[in-house]
Design a protein around this ligand. Structure first.
Ligand code: SF4
Length: 349
């Protein structure tokens, strides 16, 4: 079976080429083929100087499998358009990725790691799908490559469909490929993995020894009963165990561990919730709380918070000494905002 160019590390490709061609001739072209596949989503050995016979031999050795873009929607914002892509994978399953404008021309790409998700968080459309399957490393990379054809994302966040740490066999090789300077060459700090608190997965990331890889916890409540109601399939690890894993994850003092808080009016926006959040954050060292106003999907569990409620909760957290960023809602009209991926399609506005 041909090698998947978006899932094969550069060294492995070079070694396979050397074997296939029986000389270093193949491995010389391998570096250029690897780079072009990653950055441009192209596999054209002839364009890199290969003879027709060599190009044919390369096509026996490797293939480029890009998902098909079967839908695109955009929402205009003050900083540029939110751009959601619906991608059909080779088995017909569909995922979504979202390119977000971050100001000053920068873009962040929100990546999916699974088709659906087993975690069934009650505030999330993807969770309603259940887990259909994991993405492999090439399918994760392909989302970046497709975006690179328009504009290379400045940062990548694993916050799309799926719990990334439920798919370590796809995630870990994808991370290694993303930081490889012979290809996409992302700095570790440009990548953020967001998890519901998968403790062994956090340990696996710790074992990479990457001091700058961003990590965020989808916390949403520091009250165990409320969190269990909101995230019923994420109760296996206690908040204390998750807290311990995050403390262990830290490999440099100034890493800001993200704490994500989907703000649900009447559920987790009270004074007691804010105090519990502060108590949870206290032993973690430097943290940054991201308050994400709830985006009601097809089966809302609450209404969207009003502006005054968001401002009040953020102020409450700041009074408790927390560093807080209020996430601007982007993409809600095209079901591209946090918690809306995998939901029913809507007409583009
Ligand atoms: S919020 Fe994340 S972990 Fe929870 S169901 Fe949605 S995709 Fe899965």
């Amino acid at each position: 079976m041909p090698l998947d160019l978006l899932a094969t590390p550069a060294d492995e490709l070079a070694a396979a080429a050397a074997r296939h061609f029986g000389s270093d001739k193949g491995s010389g072209l391998a570096a250029a083929i690897f780079r072009r596949a990653m950055l441009r989503g192209e596999f054209a050995p002839e364009a890199l100087g290969a003879s027709p016979a060599t190009a044919l031999a390369w096509r026996e050795l490797a293939e480029l499998q890009l998902p098909q873009v079967v839908g695109e929607q955009q929402e205009a914002t003050a900083h540029g358009a939110v751009h959601k892509r619906l991608l059909a994978l080779r088995d017909g399953r569909r995922i979504e990725s979202v390119s977000l404008p971050m100001g000053r021309g920068r873009r962040s790409l929100c990546l999916s790691t699974q088709v659906g998700c087993a975690r069934a968080c009650t505030f999330c459309e993807t969770g309603r799908l259940g887990l259909l399957r994991n993405l492999d490393a090439g399918e994760i990379l392909a989302q970046v490559t497709l975006q690179c054809r328009e504009q290379r994302p400045d940062s990548l966040v694993f916050m799309g469909m799926g719990e990334p740490l439920d798919n370590l066999p796809g995630l870990l090789p994808a991370l290694a490929l993303l930081v490889d300077r012979r290809g996409l060459g992302y700095a570790q700090e440009r990548l953020t993995v967001c998890t519901v608190g998968h403790v062994p997965g956090l340990h696996a990331l710790r074992e990479l020894g990457w001091k700058r890889l961003g990590i965020a916890l989808s916390l949403n409540s520091a009250d165990p009963a409320v969190r269990a109601a909101l995230m019923p399939h994420s109760v296996r690890y206690s908040l204390a165990a998750i807290q311990r894993a995050l403390i262990d994850y830290r490999q440099r003092a100034n890493l800001a561990i993200g704490l994500h808080w989907c703000l649900l009016p009447g559920i987790n926006d009270g004074a007691a919730e804010a105090r519990a959040l502060a108590a949870f954050a206290a032993p973690l060292g430097r943290t940054f709380v991201h308050v994400i106003p709830y985006n009601p999907g097809s089966a809302p569990i609450a209404r969207a918070p009003e502006e005054a409620e968001i401002v009040a909760f953020v102020a409450r957290l700041r009074e408790l000494g927390l560093a807080v960023r209020r996430r601007q809602t982007k993409g809600r009209t095209v079901m591209a905002a946090c918690g809306q991926l995998g939901g029913p399609p809507v007409s583009a506005s």
